[in-house]
Design a binder for this molecule. Structure first.
Ligand code: NAD
Ligand code: WQD
Length: 338
């Protein structure tokens, strides 16, 4: 089977490309490299001895998409391409809606024209907003995301839902990721954020390696175990496996299916800092700062639906996530550049 992976040189897309190649799929990657480099695909090849075909281009480019579908017999699409920085989305809403929403619509139009109706979409737990109850199940109502990034994910989910209602040939998985972290166990693939990281774990690991001075902890007065925010951190390799299971599952289903991809466990910021210090043997200096606007106190998944319907469960512990992050960060202090 041949799979088109949009955003396949990015953090989650590259780990999933590796998992696909290892499982015997052929892979065509489409990426405009706006937040990644093709070095990730060189690492994939070095690890598994197989390579994906890389096409440099934009998911909004309909003629290019048409050419890809004409030249390759694509069976299904994993759609990771998009912009993901929450703060930047507030400053540049049009770029976010264009890349995320227009890109997804253009992709679906090209897929329909080519007769390809299987799609796995990278959604996010952000679509739930701030539920009152934990853990979060897929049947909880979606909330009102507080930023254009989150809005774009919710809009795309609704577009895909309407598409499935209008045309029964479609089979679409909406995968709502919780907090993906970690790196491939080889230490040669991982997250490589450009500029100063927005997310907790990349920030911590850059403090540990000496690139950043200290961590700011955004609030220690939440109603949580120690006052700091609680999240469901999931290993990126477990997440990649979830995509293979979803791909398999949508081949025998039709319509829209939603699955949470999380571990079902929540950890606080301080618990993550401690686990990282233990894994790395380095201390992570921090300072408590005011809460970050838009943050919820806690967020973790009920992942039993994915377990029951996909036969998927995350298996890697927080300690493993920290160890793998540190192996990647210490081997490659400047990411794929060195
Ligand atoms: P990433 O930035 O590492 O990967 C996204 C890739 O898409 C990059 O390689 C980028 O160059 C490419 N891209 C962006 N816009 C494009 C366009 N218009 N055309 C072609 N390529 C384009 O991000 P990631 O962490 O791997 O996230 C992958 C997907 O998962 C994204 O859709 C993101 O919104 C979603 N997601 C991520 C997280 C997270 O915390 N990392 C959580 C939930 C959902
Ligand atoms: C985790 C915890 C922070 C940084 C974001 C997006 C979400 C999804 C995943 C894409 C929180 C605290 C963080 C720091 C800190 N992305 N923190 N100091 O906010 O749960 O989710 O990424 O879909 O949409 O919103 O992840 O890693 O930024 O924060 O104290 O420097 O760490 O307050 O409690 P978040 P995060």
């Amino acid at each position: 089977m041949k799979i088109l992976v949009t955003g396949g040189t990015g953090y989650i897309g590259s780990h999933t490309t590796l998992a696909l190649l290892e499982a015997g799929f052929e892979v065509v990657v489409l990426d405009n490299l706006c937040n990644s480099s093709d070095a990730a695909l060189h690492a994939v090849e070095a690890i598994c001895g197989k390579s994906a075909l890389m096409i440099h281009g934009d998911v909004c480019d309909r003629p290019l998409l048409d050419r890809i579908f004409q030249q390759h017999s694509i069976d299904a699409v994993l759609h990771f391409a998009g912009l993901k920085a929450v703060g930047e989305s507030v400053r540049k809403p049009l770029e976010y809606y264009e890349s995320n929403v227009c890109g997804s619509i253009t992709l679906c139009q090209a897929m329909a024209a080519a007769g390809v109706f299987r799609l796995v979409f990278s959604s996010s737990a952000t679509v739930y907003g701030a539920p009152e109850q934990m853990p979060i199940r897929e049947d909880f109502p979606t909330g009102t995301p507080t930023n254009p990034y989150g809005q774009s994910k919710l809009i795309i989910e609704n577009v895909l839902r309407d598409l499935c209602a209008a045309e029964p040939k479609w089979s679409i998985a909406l995968l709502r990721y919780f907090n993906p972290i970690g790196a491939h166990a080889s230490g040669h693939m991982g997250e490589d954020p450009s500029g100063i990281p927005n997310n907790l774990v990349p920030y911590i690991s850059q403090v540990a390696v000496g690139s950043l001075h200290e961590l700011s902890i955004f609030g220690d007065d939440y109603p949580t175990v120690d006052g700091t925010g609680v999240r469901d951190y999931i290993h990126v390799v477990d997440l990649a496996d979830g995509h293979l299971k979803a791909l398999q599952s949508i081949s025998t289903r039709s319509g829209i299916n939603v699955w949470n991809l999380g571990t079902g466990d929540g950890y606080s910021v301080l618990q993550v800092v401690r686990a990282f210090e233990q894994a790395s043997g380095r201390s992570v200096p921090y300072r408590v700062m005011p809460r970050r606007s838009g943050d919820v106190a806690e967020c973790w998944a009920d992942s039993s639906k994915a377990q029951k319907e996909l036969g998927w469960k995350a298996t890697r512990s927080l300690q493993e996530m920290m160890t793998d992050t540190w192996r990647w960060q210490s081997n490659h202090p400047r990411g794929y550049q060195g």
